[in-house]
Design a protein around this ligand. Structure first.
Ligand code: CO
Length: 165
């Protein structure tokens, strides 16, 4: 596996809607493995293909060691519910953290790396991470959704460090 370079804001690839994935080959698997390694290297909890320079609809979420990695190819949000405001970060915006309002519940339909379809329901932080990554695939960045910028000193004493998506 290879650690890839993360594309930082501002870059046109980050604000361009990504292309559907149509070929589920070994190359896609290698990209997903490399994205995973890149995300772990940078202490992220999610990463989207445009953040490593590939404008395709593929993203990963993995914020809980006990849970399986969520690989989302061509994800579509099929239902949302509730709302919650929490602090987010993003690997493409080092040092920027801010409060973002997002749905509390989400239901998605997506494909695995082998092309098979699956459905997933999530809530809370998991739903937030999923929606943050799907935004990336649509060229939407979290800085536009921040309602209050949060200084890292506000949460540096917390037990849990904020992670980047
Ligand atoms: Co992000």
């Amino acid at each position: 596996m290879t650690i890839l370079e993360i594309v930082r804001h501002p870059s046109p690839i980050l604000t361009t809607p990504c292309e559907e994935v149509t070929v589920f080959d070994e190359k896609l698997g290698v990209l997903l493995d490399d994205m995973y390694e890149t995300m772990v290297e940078h202490d992220g909890v999610g990463i989207a293909a445009p953040q490593v320079g590939k404008s395709i609809r593929a993203a990963i979420v993995d914020f809980d060691e006990e849970q399986e990695i969520i690989e989302m190819i061509n994800p579509v949000v099929t239902a949302i519910g509730g709302s919650e405001v929490e602090v987010e970060g993003c690997l493409s915006f080092p040092g920027l953290f801010g409060e973002v309002e997002r749905p509390f519940h989400v239901k998605i339909e997506a494909q695995e790396r082998d092309g098979s379809l699956y459905e997933l329901e999530a809530e809370g932080y998991e739903a937030r991470a999923i929606l943050h990554e799907i935004d990336h695939l649509n060229g939407i960045l979290f800085d536009k959704k921040i309602t209050r910028v949060v200084d890292p000193s506000e949460f540096e004493d917390d037990d849990e460090e904020e992670d980047d998506e």
